[in-house]
Ligand binder design. Structure first.
Ligand code: FES
Length: 254
């Protein structure tokens, strides 16, 4: 086999629906180009399965540009695979060896139930965002940008938090299935900017309550979430979330 083609053995989690117990199926795939993305490799597998009269593997994807956070899967036990700061759709097959076995699984967390094969239901994240509520804006003309000066260091913190794409890798990588990195990114993004300060206390209390209600686990500071995050969101945001939450509880009547 030429050096830019791979023969692979794929162990893929197959599960026909939420009630099915599921299990691994092994497929052999020959001639995979090292220039393909991981999702393109799965496309090739699915074409083969369809040609053989079998059900294709269900997996989520949308942008294939590292933006939407849909392409959630565990690859050889790592959320989004072996590259740091990289979503599955941005992972290339040149990161794998000829003859390698690749194990592909859905996120494993009770709040993310499997819908089918590699697809999980991440609507728990949507409900946490909903619990955060709104940001007050004054009606009328849009204010001049210079009227709300924001120090550049503050902007950097807010933008780093806003990089979270809500993929759920933090939850999948955490032994406690904690969503603290996700929630802290969403809280930090708004709490650090003047526009988000008006509802900051109510927002953090409501989002943490929603996170607990959805069944996500506690944070025990192992930082697996930061290592797995394709947007490289820092665990420093978790410290900020804890401060925001403590202040909200101590200095308000929640
Ligand atoms: S498909 Fe959108 S981030 Fe991967």
């Amino acid at each position: 086999m030429s050096s830019d083609k791979l023969n692979l053995t794929l162990r893929v989690w197959r599960q026909s629906g939420p009630e099915d117990h599921g299990g691994f199926q092994t497929y052999r795939l020959a001639g995979v180009s090292t220039h393909m993305s991981f999702l393109e490799m799965l496309d090739v597998l699915n074409e083969k399965l369809i040609a053989d009269g079998e059900e294709p593997v269900a997996f989520d994807h949308d942008c294939r540009e590292g933006i939407c956070g849909m392409c959630s899967m565990m690859i050889n036990g790592q959320a989004h695979g072996p590259d740091r700061g990289t979503t599955t759709c941005q992972l290339h097959m040149r990161r794998f060896q000829d003859g390698q076995t690749i194990t592909i699984e859905p996120w494993r967390a009770a709040p993310f139930p499997v819908v089918r094969d590699l697809v999980v239901n991440r609507s728990a994240f949507d409900r946490i965002i909903q619990a955060g509520g709104y940001v007050s804006v004054n009606t009328g003309n849009a204010p001049d940008g210079n009227c709300i000066p924001v120090p550049s260091a503050t902007q950097e913190v807010a933008m780093d938090a806003a990089a979270c794409i809500g993929c759920g890798a933090c939850v999948a990588a955490c032994k406690n299935a904690s969503a603290m990195l996700f929630v802290s990114a969403k809280v930090s993004q708004l709490a650090t900017l003047p526009q988000g300060k008006a509802e900051r206390s109510q927002r953090v209390v409501n989002m943490v309550a929603a996170m607990d209600h959805e069944g996500f686990g506690s944070c025990t500071n192992t930082s697996e979430c930061e290592a797995a995050c394709p947007a490289e969101v820092s665990v420093a945001h978790i410290a900020r979330l804890n401060r925001e939450y403590s202040k909200a509880i101590l200095f308000s009547d929640h």
